[in-house]
Design a protein around this ligand. Sequence first.
Ligand code: SF4
Ligand code: SF4
Ligand code: FES
Length: 272
Amino acid sequence: MEKVTLKVFRGDVMGGELVTYEVPTQPGMVVLDAIHYIQKNIDGSLAARWNCKAAKCGSCSAEVNGKPRLMCKSRVDEYPEGVITVTPMRAFPLLKDLVTDVSWNYRVSAKIPPLVPKPEVAGKPFRMQQEDVDRVQEFRKCIECFLCQDVCHVLREHDRKDGFFGPRQMVKLAALEMHPMDNLNRREQLKNEAGIGFCNITKCCTEVCPEHIHITDNAIIPLKERVADDYFDPVQGLLRRVGLIKREKKQPMDSVPNEQTRIHTESLQRAK
Ligand code: SF4
Ligand code: SF4
Ligand code: FES
């Protein structure tokens, strides 16, 4: 029987090391299968997070040969060079072995208010153009694996979690900002609290997204353009001042009625 050699990080915040395991291979085997083999047959104390084994829950995120990947979507035969290294995501605090604490992402997500329908459509079925549906549908495919957050240098290398929400949350904000029925002005949050200016469009996030969301081209760049139009474009500013163009009237963030923010507030409290 053929075997694959895995070097798996074992340890916690106090320190750790790569431990070598020999695992028998099977046709179609993925890295998560190899981790399960180790847990069942070699060392049951190896900690790894997973749920669906179908690339849909976003739980099994790790770094395979140094690249952020879903372990359940990484076939062992993709790595023919012998040794496969499996380490935890580097951008988040380590809990144990391959498990990291990704709760920061949920706390940030809770700062983004949900969709606030325009008054004329509130309580009614939304009627939308198909192209508007398609545009936001792409963003709704996100499985919250946080691989894009892990690879983004603003969070990974510079640890600017204090100033930048990260690419996953840009995708969430894009789904709301580009929703034709949303009535909340999200550009101030994008510019200030979410720190969209930190992104310098390296596109690393797009490369690792298992749902193939065009994070930079379809979410971040159009959001940057909207923020630039509102805050930095001198021509648009002049045209607005002389009344030749008008800003789309939307509710400011702090004016959202209580009932519409109830779910948001509850999720914020849960995340604390
Ligand atoms: S494109 Fe922007 S959000 Fe994506 S990895 Fe690069 S800096 Fe981060
Ligand atoms: S945008 Fe893609 S990489 Fe980022 S969390 Fe969602 S599915 Fe994962
Ligand atoms: S186990 Fe669900 S995405 Fe891998």
